[in-house]
Design a binder for this molecule. Structure first.
Ligand SMILES: Nc1ncnc2c1ncn2[C@@H]1O[C@H](COP(=O)(O)OP(=O)(O)OP(=O)(O)O)[C@@H](O)[C@H]1O
Ligand SMILES: [Mg+2]
Length: 231
């Protein structure tokens, strides 16, 4: 569960990116976070992964209080997370397949299972012809799909997808979204930051709107419409 109370983030240069955020996301929920460029979406994700600490209020993720503190409990939390970063954060000099495998290796998954699952995910994302290509030779849309495969290969309890379809065409978008719905079907909590109008229009999940660092709308899911489409 994710719980924010009066959450605030002001960066060292004085920019306040989030203010007075009150939000609860239950385990297993899927939530879209929308908002214009600069609204604070990525900042919220950075706080959730512990890359930045709150400067006001409180944030809890799976019961862990996010803030300065034990790096051991932060590592344990991160093992349960799969993050598709807006800037991908792939490891250059390594192939697409190796990037996905490394994401699992750090969890202690090795061998045939790891290789099979990595390959399977990349193939589902239409990258079967790019398995052995170093990531720096891939297009942006291809890199974004490698980042998605890496995040989801870990079978995470919490998925954070930051503008995961920003560089993708309609078909690749559909494939990435399908994997995100699969993660939800497995019971994962899935947060998706996006301003893609087509992605937002096609979903019937809870949708939170951020504007200048504040929550200005929180629309619940409409359970009877749409869900079956993704079952
Ligand atoms: N490291 C930083 N130092 C200072 N200000 C920052 C930093 N990172 C982000 N900001 C500012 O915080 C605000 C929120 O940025 P953030 O990246 O969270 O927005 P976003 O909603 O993810 O935007 P986008 O849709 O463009 O990705 C912006 O005004 C941005 O300039
Ligand atoms: Mg962002």
């Amino acid at each position: 569960m994710i719980k924010a109370r009066g959450l605030e983030k002001t960066y060292p240069d004085g920019t306040t990116a989030l203010r007075d955020i009150d939000l609860t996301v239950e385990s297993g929920e899927m939530v879209f976070i929308r908002g214009r460029s600069g609204a604070g979406k990525t900042t919220f994700f950075r706080l959730l992964v512990g890359m930045e600490v709150p400067t006001g209020g409180a944030l809890q993720v799976n019961g862990r209080v996010m803030g300065p503190g034990s790096s051991r409990s932060l590592r344990a939390l991160r093992r349960k997370m799969g993050v598709i970063f807006q800037d991908f954060r792939l490891i250059e000099g390594r192939t697409a397949l190796e990037n996905v495998e490394l994401g699992m290796r750090v969890l202690g998954v090795t061998g045939r299972h790891m290789r099979g699952r990595s390959r399977d995910l990349l193939e589902r994302l239409g990258l079967d012809h790019r398995l052995y290509t170093p990531v720096e030779s891939l297009s942006w849309g291809e890199r974004q799909r490698v980042a998605a495969a890496r995040a989801l290969s870990r079978e995470p309890e919490i998925v954070l997808a930051d503008e995961p379809t920003g560089n993708l065409d309609a078909e690749a978008t559909a494939r990435v979204m399908e994997l995100l719905y699969d993660a939800r079907a497995r019971g994962a909590t899935v947060l998706i930051a996006t301003h893609a109008a087509d992605v937002l229009a096609a979903n019937h999940e809870r949708t939170i709107t951020l504007s200048e660092g504040r929550v200005v709308a929180d629309i619940p899911a409409t359970p009877d419409v749409g869900r079956d489409d993704h079952a």
